[in-house]
Design a protein around this ligand. Structure first.
Ligand code: ZN
Length: 406
C-alpha cells in the first residue's frame, strides 16, 4: 500500500530555537511579537491571531504536538482513520495508507553572538537535547491517542489520553538530523554521524523498526542562514563538509537544505550561503549526492511566478534537471490553488522534473501564512490543476525514492 509523504515539516518547541540570535537580526516579524506598541498594528493585519495560533502549537511538548496534529487531521474530509485520499467526494481515486512526516531538526547552536548584557557567554543549544526531546515525543505519540472530552464553544477543551498501538497511528515519523558543521570539529562530526547513521541502510522497514529504541534518523537537514556554508574556502571547514558529503553519498543518506530567502537568519552571509548556485561546486564533486532544495528557491521580493522571475528558482530548476538525485520541495509555498496552476504549467514545460518535485508543508512555520495543517494538505488534495498520476508522484513515489532508495 502506498504512503503519503510530507518531506518537510518541523517539530520543535520554544526551548529549542536560539531566540536571542533571532532578535539580534531584528527580524520584523519577531519585533511585531515583542513590542507592545505593535499590538494594534498586528491586530489590523490579523497577525495576532496567526502568532497565537503558532504559539499554541509551539508551547506543546513534542509528544502532544504530534497528537494534536493528528487529532485535527482526522477531522479532515480527506482522511479516514489511517487512510489519506483524494478524488471525488464519494470515490477516492488515489488512496494512501498512513502519512509519513519528516520533522527536520534545526541545529540552532550559534556561538558568534555578541551581547553587551551581564551574561555574555553565548547560549548553549546542543542538538543532543533537541534530539532527546524529539525521540521522547515520537515514543509518546506512538503509544497514545488524544481524546477530547468536552468541547464547549467558549471554554477551553478538556482532553485525555488513551493507550494506542503503533500500527493504529496515522503518522509514521522519520526525523532528519540538523547539523551545522561550523559548530563542530571534524572529529565530533565523525562521531555524530557514526552515532546516528551507523545502522542506516536506506530501507524503510529497518528505519521504522529502529525508531523504537535508540535514536535513528532518516536524513540530514542543513540550514545555511544559520551559518552553514555548503562549499567553504577555508580548508579546515571544507574538509568537514566534504566528509559529510562523501559519507552521505556512500550511504545514500538524503539531505534537505533550506533554499529560500525567508526564514530564521542569524549570519551576515545568509543570502550568499543559501543561494543554490553555492551548491554547484558541491554537485560537481559529488554528483550522486541525494539532495532536496527546500522551498524551490523561492525569493520573497520576486513576484512568485515559479522559476520565471527568481534567479534562485531558475538555478534550482537547472540543478534538479542536471543531477540524478537532486530534488526540490514546495513546502511553505503552496498556499492556494494558483500555486498549483503555476506548478502544472512548469511541469508541462519541463516534463522531466515531474519525478523531482516533493510535497512538503513546512508546518508549523507555515502557520504564519495559513490556518492549519489541514488547510495546506486540503489545498493539495483539492486542486484540479494536477492530474492524479502527477499528484501521486509528488506526494508518494518521489519522496519515497528520495528517502528510501526504492
Ligand atoms: Zn522548514
Amino acid at each position: 500500500m502506498k504512503k503519503f509523504y510530507d518531506i518537510h515539516m518541523h517539530a520543535f518547541n520554544l526551548s529549542h530555537p536560539n531566540i536571542l540570535a533571532f532578535i539580534s537580526r531584528l527580524n520584523w516579524r519577531l519585533l511585531f511579537m515583542t513590542t507592545p506598541v505593535s499590538a494594534p498594528v498586528m491586530t489590523l493585519f490579523g497577525w495576532d491571531k496567526k502568532i497565537k495560533n503558532l504559539l499554541t502549537m509551539l508551547e506543546n511538548d513534542l509528544g502532544n504536538y504530534f497528537l494534536v496534529l493528528e487529532y485535527y487531521l482526522r477531522q479532515s474530509p480527506f482522511i479516514r482513520h489511517n487512510y489519506i485520499g483524494y478524488g471525488s467526494e464519494s470515490m477516492w481515486t488515489n488512496q494512501y495508507h498512513k502519512m509519513v512526516i519528516c520533522p527536520l531538526i534545526m541545529d540552532f547552536g550559534y556561538k558568534n553572538i555578541l551581547s553587551n548584557s551581564f551574561y555574555r557567554v553565548p547560549a548553549q543549544k546542543p542538538i543532543v537535547e533537541q534530539t532527546r526531546d524529539l525521540m521522547a515525543g515520537i515514543e509518546f505519540y506512538n503509544r497514545n491517542t488524544l481524546r477530547v472530552i468536552s468541547d464547549g464553544e467558549k471554554k477551553p477543551l478538556k482532553t485525555s489520553y488513551e493507550p494506542a498501538e503503533k500500527s493504529d497511528k496515522l503518522f509514521e515519523i522519520y526525523p532528519f538530523l540538523g547539523l551545522n558543521t561550523v559548530n563542530y570539529t571534524l572529529k565530533s562530526i565523525v562521531s555524530i554521524l557514526d552515532e546516528y547513521f551507523a545502522d542506516y541502510d536506506g530501507k524503510l522497514q529497518t528505519l521504522y523498526d529502529n525508531m523504537g529504541g535508540r535514536a535513528g534518523f532518516s536524513g540530514i537537514k542543513l540550514y545555511p542562514p544559520l551559518g552553514f556554508d555548503p562549499w567553504p574556502d577555508d580548508s579546515m571547514e571544507r574538509e568537514k563538509v566534504e566528509y559529510l558529503y562523501s559519507y552521505c553519498t556512500k550511504k545514500q543518506i538524503p539531505i534537505t537544505t533550506h533554499c529560500s530567502d525567508g526564514g530564521f537568519a542569524v549570519c551576515d552571509e545568509a543570502k550568499e550561503f543559501t543561494n543554490p548556485a553555492r551548491w554547484r561546486r558541491v554537485l560537481e564533486n559529488y554528483p550522486e549526492l541525494k539532495i532536496n532544495f527546500a522551498h524551490m528557491g523561492k525569493q520573497s521580493k520576486k513576484k512568485f511566478i515559479l522559476f520565471s522571475q527568481s534567479a534562485w528558482a531558475k538555478e534550482v530548476l537547472a540543478l534538479i534537471t542536471q543531477y540524478p538525485n537532486a530534488y526540490a520541495d514546495f513546502s511553505c509555498t503552496a498556499f492556494d490553488d494558483k500555486f498549483y496552476r503555476e506548478l502544472a504549467q512548469l511541469i508541462e514545460e519541463y516534463p522531466q522534473i515531474k519525478e523531482k518535485i516533493l510535497f512538503g508543508t513546512d508546518f508549523m512555520v507555515n502557520l504564519l501564512w495559513c490556518d492549519s495543517y489541514n488547510d495546506y494538505l486540503e489545498t493539495f488534495c483539492r486542486t484540479e490543476h494536477l492530474n492524479r498520476t502527477d499528484k501521486d508522484l509528488l506526494c508518494s513515489a518521489n519522496p519515497e525514492r528520495f528517502l528510501f532508495n526504492s
